[in-house]
Design a protein around this ligand. Structure first.
Ligand SMILES: *[C@@H]1O[C@H](CO)[C@@H](O)[C@H](O)[C@H]1NC(C)=O
Ligand SMILES: *[C@@H]1O[C@H](CO)[C@@H](O)[C@H](O)[C@H]1NC(C)=O
Ligand SMILES: *[C@@H]1O[C@H](CO)[C@@H](O)[C@H](O)[C@H]1NC(C)=O
Length: 326
């Protein structure tokens, strides 16, 4: 059975803070490079890491869920195809049980009524040389017909996921046993801004939990903020403003910092959560950075989904790797 180790995480964080006191706010610098590119995609959207270190990757421009092995990054494995145009957020709820959002998305627009969530059970999955030997067990968990643009996803507890709806500016809670869903929060900081003013019409985007808080980016408003999970209707606390295009993010440094993908300017923004201070990290490998994940295990390697320019104005989806410099 899967039990969310919230208490253990909190304890580990306290210990780390105590032991590593002089380095508490020490920043990590990374060397970025391309781990692999994925033909058939213009850009990559989101990612999740398996316990064995393999990386599951989605693209809004392709209906295939991909798997990349860091030790052996090509060929990329096409794990399974879904009956939609593109895939977005992905999260693991229980060892090797993943949930993924898909819809008929083109550009940033989702065709009304097409948002869905699938379960992908990789427990028995096997592949060899890029080919699937034992396919995953896949099932449709929920159609979410009244959603606008389901985008980011995170685990709330052993039976519930939270999904961001970037178009409706709210976070939805989904029970994976029944497929029932309901509004969890629609704080004003989650709302998109009017596209008449040149905005993309994207509100709440990346969502992740640390301790008893749900942290989120809000793209049009350029915000990084949090709400209290125990009182989700209380007003959000704004941690950082003016983030430009703030896409999905990952916690680093034991939850003291968040690395936010700035989809556009070849950068990540590192937010020191308690100091509310910002630092930009840049690299040519961070083109159209859309999401960040921390590797499993003791290393502090990170992976970033995005794109790489090809000929003309075309791009191909790229998975970048960031290794801490010593
Ligand atoms: C999706 O990618 C696969 C290769 O990974 C490619 O064969 C397929 O044509 C792509 N689909 C679209 C719609 O581009
Ligand atoms: C990163 O920032 C430095 C300092 O501002 C700049 O010199 C460099 O060109 C930037 N690199 C990229 C890839 O944007
Ligand atoms: C790339 O985009 C620019 C600006 O929109 C355009 O002028 C140019 O013709 C495009 N190049 C190609 C090869 O499509």
């Amino acid at each position: 059975m899967f039990i969310k180790p919230l208490f253990l995480l909190a304890l580990a964080s306290v210990l780390e803070t105590t032991l590593a006191w002089p380095f508490r706010h020490g920043h990590l610098d990374y060397s970025f490079s391309t781990l692999t590119t994925i033909p058939g995609t213009q850009t990559l959207e989101n990612l999740a890491i398996r316990d064995n270190g393999d990386i599951l990757v989605t693209s809004v421009s392709n209906n295939t869920l991909y798997l990349v092995s860091p030790q052996n990054p090509s060929p990329v494995v096409s794990v399974v195809d879904f009956p939609v145009l593109g895939l977005l957020g992905i999260a693991e709820l229980g060892k090797d049980i993943f949930y993924v959002i898909g819809s008929d998305i083109s550009g940033v627009a989702v065709a009304p009524g097409t948002n869905k969530v699938w379960k992908v059970d990789l427990t028995a999955f096997k592949s060899s040389n890029g080919a699937v030997i034992e396919p995953p067990d896949v099932s449709l968990v929920a159609k979410v017909p009244d959603a606008g643009t389901l985008n980011g996803m995170t685990v709330l507890d052993q039976y519930h996921l939270l999904l961001s709806d970037s178009q409706l500016g709210q976070v939805v809670e989904l029970d994976v046993r029944t497929g029932q869903y309901s509004k969890f929060s629609n704080d004003a900081t989650m709302a998109p801004l009017s596209s008449d003013d040149g905005n993309l019409g994207i509100g709440v985007n990346g969502i992740h939990i640390f301790g008893r808080k749900l942290y989120f980016t809000s793209l049009d408003q350029g915000l990084f903020a949090s709400i209290n999970l125990d009182c989700p209707t209380d007003p959000a606390e704004i941690i950082a403003r003016d983030l430009g295009v703030a896409d999905d993010f990952a916690f680093t440094n034991g939850g003291r910092t968040a690395l936010i993908a700035n989809n556009g300017p070849f950068t990540l923004t590192e937010v020191d959560i308690s100091r509310e201070s910002l630092r930009l990290i840049n690299s040519t490998a961070l083109q159209r950075a859309s999401a960040v994940a921390l590797s499993k295990g003791p290393g502090k390697t990170i992976y970033v989904t995005g794109a790489e320019s090809t000929i003309g104005n075309d791009t191909i989806g790229r998975l970048a790797i960031g290794v801490p410099k010593h």
